[in-house]
Write a protein that binds this ligand. Structure first.
Ligand code: UT7
Length: 343
């Protein structure tokens, strides 16, 4: 039974239709901002940033780059990885749309030459990738489409106050994408269970004020770090437990726990609380910082490159972020080659 206020679902019959991971693509802006660059501007130290977050560098896109540019690159890379030229739909997860209207996904579909497929955005902040994957899996298993490109693209440099040491040291720009296709739950790569939840009582713990809330002055992103930290550990561990239960997997059997890359200490605390072997928790935050919705596909690609993620590994993705929102997904890792580019 899912916990109150949270929804989980599983594909417990192996012959059932399922969404299957078929491709993985990523894209990062070329410019790296090292801790030393920030120490020169802010009242902070390399030691504080590394010890409190695990971050050594993050990427920042140039002014001429849009969220949609990064999304298109990552999406094209995921299609290449899947060996596909067309898909049946596009779902984009982003917290940093280039403009309030329209959604970014239709233009991404157009620029990628995908035709007039259904395309829309999902706004679930750092949980956006898992939410978008769950929506895409629903479209596939209900027979609406046979494949979906799920893209997560973020340009936090557009919403972060460069002089706020509480957020400027943490967040970075980047994009990641996956192709999901229709298959069966028996296949490697099949998404076997999802758990999603939200708690709007914490809506103001991570937020960017609207025009009415703050008519004058810049409207920057803000985060109540310590409060969010505690909720993140609690909810990612609980949500992961629910998908493990749905799959009948023990924590020790998890080959790769891939949490949202918010903070190295949060990742270790979640693994510890669950009883997942610490070496099996993927922590790739050092090079790219917290890229919000894009962090899970970027972490997947990094873990694949280092061999931490291998075909057949029991893999659990788990995310937490603004809303507050959280979500987890379970799959066995398929045989695939990720495609990466820099922009
Ligand atoms: O991605 C969406 C979800 N996000 C998360 O899950 C993030 C959750 N939160 C965090 O990762 C951590 O709370 C932070 C990294 C944001 C902060 O780390 P913390 O260990 O929770 O520190 P804190 O906020 O309790 O602050 C401790 C001290 C404070 O000083 P005082 O009050 O003790 O004098 C802060 O002012 O550290 C100070 N501080 C800094 N010092 C140097 C805060 N930021 C910095 C900084 N450099 N960049």
């Amino acid at each position: 039974m899912p916990a109150a206020g949270s929804t989980s679902s599983s594909r417990d019959g192996l012959g059932l239709p399922a969404a299957v991971l078929a491709g993985l693509g990523t894209c990062l802006p070329v410019t790296e901002i090292h801790n030393a660059d920030l120490v020169a501007l802010l009242d902070t130290t390399d030691e504080w940033i590394r010890s409190r977050t695990g971050i050594a560098a993050r990427r920042r896109a140039g002014d001429e780059v849009s969220m949609r540019d990064l999304a298109c690159e990552a999406g094209a890379n995921a299609l290449r990885s899947a060996g596909l030229e067309t898909v049946g739909g596009v779902v984009l997860a982003t917290t940093t749309p280039d403009r309030p209207c329209p959604a970014g996904a239709p233009e991404i579909a157009h620029r990628l030459g995908l035709g007039q497929v259904p395309a829309f955005d999902v706004a679930a902040v750092c949980s956006g990738f898992v939410y978008a994957a769950a929506v895409a899996a629903g479209l596939i298993t209900s027979g609406v489409v046979d494949s979906v490109l799920v893209v997560a693209s973020e340009l936090y440099s557009r919403i972060i106050d460069p002089m706020d040491r509480g957020t400027a040291v943490i967040f970075g720009d980047g994009a990641g994408a996956v192709v999901l296709r229709r298959g069966t739950a028996a296949e490697q790569g099949a998404l076997l269970a999802f758990d999603l939840g939200a708690d709007g009582s914490g809506h103001d713990l991570i937020h960017v004020p609207g025009e009415r809330e703050q008519p004058d002055g810049p409207r920057w992103f803000s985060m109540a770090g310590r409060k969010v930290y505690l909720r993140a550990v609690e909810q990612m561990a609980a949500s992961t437990s629910r998908v493990l239960k749905d799959c009948g997997w023990s924590p020790e059997a998890v080959g790769a726990l891939v949490p949202h890359q918010a903070n190295g200490r949060i990742i270790q605390a979640v693994a510890e609380r669950l009883g997942v072997p610490p070496g099996n928790a993927v922590c790739e935050i050092a090079r790219v910082g917290n890229t919000s919705a894009a962090s899970i596909p970027l972490a997947l690609a990094a873990a694949l490159a280092t061999g931490q993620l291998a075909p057949g590994a029991r893999t659990v993705l788990t995310a937490f972020g603004g809303g507050l929102s959280w979500g987890s997904a379970a799959l066995t890792w398929p045989q695939l080659r990720a495609v990466h580019s820099e922009f």
